[in-house]
Design a protein around this ligand. Structure first.
Ligand code: MF3
Ligand code: CO
Length: 250
């Protein structure tokens, strides 16, 4: 069931979104060689809690941390650890959500650690661009297939591949609501978007093949071929005036 949000609820979701975005920026500012993903997670948790908010991920289905930090061939859901030390040239996907006054924000960005290869930078650029092209389609009258197709067409034209087993999702009082928002699809097909819907759009794009594998810890998702993977995400409200990115300042 898709839950529509009132404008009053959207105003609260905007606050949750801003806290999520500041938490993500803080995390990104800590990305440098020698830093452990555990240290980043610890600071993010401290920040979110200082805002009278709660880390959305902590305890979700038993998830043990406040962020997911996914390095290089890790696609998503990398668990922060003292033993994961960032190195020059890594690409570092950080995903974080905050719950504020009952509503969630959810966002992710893939940050370069120091100087990265041209190949890695091109993957980040394409994934970010695909996200923003898809956000443009998040308006009343569009369908979910338009969003998915936009991502798929842009990245496949550059011979990257779209992860299919994980998708974006509705966001609200629950972090994961209906509908699911795939990063592939057929234009004109799927659920029609209406004002009041809030969705997280989150392309997960691999440099190599699209197949993924889940590690024995039950969380860590990696590319099967070991190729690099990028992940960018915003929480977006569908309004009569078009898309409003809740995880960015006005
Ligand atoms: N934020 C992720 C998403 O975009 C999921 C978070 S991991 C979990 O859907 F631990 F919270 F499940
Ligand atoms: Co999400």
């Amino acid at each position: 069931m898709i839950v529509l949000k009132t404008s009053r609820e959207l105003a609260v979701m905007r606050k949750a979104g801003i806290i999520s975005q500041r938490a993500l920026r803080l995390a990104g500012s800590m990305v440098e060689p020698g830093v452990s993903t555990w240290e980043i997670d610890k600071e993010v948790r401290r920040y979110i809690e200082s805002q009278r908010a709660k880390p959305s991920f902590l305890g979700y289905d038993g998830y043990p941390a406040s962020t997911c930090i996914s390095v290089n061939h890790v696609v998503i859901h990398g668990i922060p650890k003292k033993s994961v030390i960032l190195q020059e040239g890594d690409i570092v996907g950080i995903d974080v959500g905050a719950q504020y006054e009952g509503f969630h924000g959810d966002n992710a960005w893939t940050f370069p650690c120091g100087k990265i290869s041209g190949e890695a930078q091109a993957l980040l650029d394409a994934t970010e661009k695909a996200l923003f092209l898809a956000i443009e389609k998040a308006r009343p009258g569009s369908r979910l297939g338009d969003i998915g197709h936009t991502v798929q067409e842009y990245v496949e034209a550059r011979s990257y591949s779209v992860v299919r087993e994980f998708t974006g999702h509705g966001v609200g009082a629950d972090m994961h609501e209906d509908p699911s928002v795939p990063n592939y699809g057929t234009p004109g097909r799927g659920v029609r978007l209406t004002a009041g819907m809030v969705i997280a759009i989150e392309p997960m794009i691999n440099l190599g093949r699209r197949e993924i594998e889940v590690k024995p810890d039950g969380w860590t998702v990696v590319t099967k071929d070991g190729s690099l993977s990028a992940h960018f995400e915003h929480t977006v409200a569908i309004t009569p005036n078009g898309p409003v990115i809740l995880t960015l300042p006005d």
